[in-house]
Write a protein that binds this ligand. Structure first.
Ligand code: ADP
Length: 553
């Protein structure tokens, strides 16, 4: 017997319709690329998204054409999210920090038919255009006044001109909820970038799940400023979940340095933000150097790479900001787990609570997790056993765009299909998952594993260290030995021996790095994470000191 409930497809366009109908006067504020502040509300955003949908139709963009964007966090990008997906096409957000050859590869692989871009990327698009035979329309996300003179981009159109020519009379089509709505490429640290194709259904379910109290806890009382780019897994879904909940949205444009974020948070009364640890390092350094306080900021979502315990402590103790340590990946839309307490943790003392928060947390309903040993068997959730982390759920990919890389899924003992994340983790009896490492970053010494994340977390707890990366260096006897590459805080002094002394007693003896290398800065990926790939490349001529710590094992 079937239930007698309405069978309504879950569609991205319904999120903006909901925001318009029930939170129509709630603001969306943007720091624009042209300079200055722009403010309007969900109702106006919805009207402009409908105009844009008419403009796309006039340009001949049809379902399921791909529409590429090279853009920061701003209101026009927000409109594109809804106009493109809502009309049945697929929004393909491209990371402009990638090398131009990578961008060309991605745009051609996606078969982008139109490319929308911010003023900041005119020169980049001029360079790219000859390599993009499939792109029929180039649209500058600005007005006529900002149209660059003598620009070589073919048939350049202006976003505001397109909108001006249209009416907002547009009815969102009732699409199949399983149809594609968005496309993001993974960084492709090995091989070519691979496309992850989101569906309307997965996007709406992710928006529901990520808004839950034990996830990001979003509501109509929040002011949310995504400090993660709209090209980094859709700003972790915030443009969707904010529309779903009716939270005020503050889009910071291109400026994500500590000073700009601080000023924006204070000016707009921001209560929640999300971003990678590097972004928060910048904010904390700015606050400290200028003895500033945060007056409205309540919760910070930190993910994308492991959040150092020292950062959690600093936010909570010095600034009264609750840290939500989150884990996910492009293939998971991206949220998989968030670290929030169970009732029993509230009675713990501060140190014990920090020990919980250092973990990447519990799954959100919709994502199931397991860990798997080398023999492919599922491991127990006891907090000790560690293995390859597998996930499944309605917002987890089941294969890459155009079948790139073959079938990624693995079957378990019952035949259920799982996506292998490439991370190594433990899961404790309470269900808290902790990432040991990415499998490609784990340091293999004497047949055993050293967690680079754990070494880094301890190193950055040293008061003079700003950022640190632990990597394995080839060793004739031990296979690999760890070294720590560290950046000192501005004006701080610390020696190799000081740092090694600080690690002593906090880690097993055989984990002791063989060396510390101080550098002025660490390389970062296009999404702001420490790039160990580049770091290894930079240190390819590095040789370990003759006397190695491994001798102590
Ligand atoms: P990439 O970094 O490869 O460009 P993603 O942004 O999809 O692509 O990164 C996903 C990966 O980031 C995860 O598989 C994991 O290794 C890492 N990651 C994300 N969040 C965390 C976290 N909280 N702690 C540790 N690692 C994390």
């Amino acid at each position: 017997m079937q239930g007698l409930m309405m069978d309504m497809p879950l569609l991205v366009s319904d999120l903006i319709r909901q925001a318009d109908r029930h939170h129509g006067v709630t603001s969306i504020v943007s720091r624009t690329v042209e300079g200055g502040r722009h403010e309007y509300n969900y109702r106006a955003a919805h009207a402009r998204a409908r105009r844009l949908a008419n403009a796309l139709a006039r340009l001949g963009v049809r379902a399921p054409d791909r529409v590429g964007t090279l853009a920061w966090n701003g209101y026009r990008h927000f409109e594109l999210y809804y106009a493109v997906a809502g009309s049945g096409a697929v929004i393909h957000t491209i990371n402009p920090r990638l090398f131009p050859e990578q961008i060309a590869y991605i745009a051609n692989h996606a078969e982008d038919r139109a490319l929308f871009f911010d003023l900041s990327f005119v020169a980049l698009v001029e360079k790219l255009a000859p390599q993009l035979p499939g792109v029929k329309h180039y649209v500058l996300m600005s007005d006529r006044a900002h149209r660059p003179p003598n620009c070589s981009i073919p048939n350049l159109l202006c976003y505001e001109d397109l909108l001006e020519a249209e009416s907002d009379d547009y009815v969102w089509p009732r699409l199949d909820e399983r149809s594609a709505c968005g496309l993001c490429y993974t960084s492709g640290t090995t091989g070519n970038p691979k496309g992850v194709l989101y569906a309307h259904r997965s996007t709406v379910l992710h928006a529901y799940g990520s808004s839950l109290p034990d996830a990001l806890n979003l509501s109509a009382r929040d002011v949310v400023a995504p400090a993660v780019a709209m090209f980094h897994v859709n700003a972790w879904g915030l443009p969707y979940s904010c529309a779903l909940t009716g939270a005020k949205l503050v889009l910071p444009g291109a400026a994500l340095d500590g000073k700009s974020l601080y000023e924006l948070f204070e000016a707009e009364g921001v209560t929640v933000s999300a971003g990678v640890p590097t972004i928060w390092l910048g904010l904390l350094q700015h606050l400290k150097a200028n003895r500033l306080r945060l007056s409205s900021f309540k919760r910070v979502v930190i993910g994308g790479s492991a959040c150092p315990p020292a950062m959690i402590r600093s936010f909570e103790e010095e600034y009264g900001v609750q840290v939500l340590h989150a884990w996910g990946m492009t293939e998971m839309s991206p949220l998989g787990s968030v670290c929030t307490f169970r009732a029993k943790h509230l009675a713990l003392d501060r140190e014990e609570r920090y020990a919980v928060q250092n973990k990447q947390g519990r799954t959100i309903f919709g994502v199931d997790m397991r860990i798997v040993g080398g023999d492919g068997k599922t491991l127990p959730h006891d907090g000790n056993a560690f293995g390859d982390l597998h996930v499944r759920g309605p917002w987890v990919t089941n294969g890459y765009f155009k079948g790139e890389g073959g079938d990624p899924l693995r079957s378990d003992e019952s035949g259920a299909q799982w996506f292998p994340t490439g991370d190594v983790a433990t899961i404790d009896a309470d269900g808290y998952m902790q990432i040991t490492d990415r499998s490609k970053d784990v340091i293999k010494s004497g047949g055993e594993w050293i967690s680079s994340i754990e070494l880094e977390n301890i190193a950055v707890a040293h008061p003079a260290i700003a950022e640190a990366a632990a990597i394995g260096i080839a060793h004739p006897k031990w296979d690999e030995r760890p070294i720590v590459v560290a950046v000192k805080k501005p004006g701080a002094e610390v020696s190799r021996e000081d740092l090694l002394g600080f690690l002593e007693g906090r880690i097993a003896k055989w984990w002791m790095p063989d060396d510390v290398v101080f550098v002025a800065e660490l390389p970062h990926t296009a999404t702001g994470k420490i790039s160990k790939l580049t770091l290894r490349e930079q240190l390819k001529d590095y040789r370990l000191p003759a006397e190695t710590g491994a001798a102590r094992k």
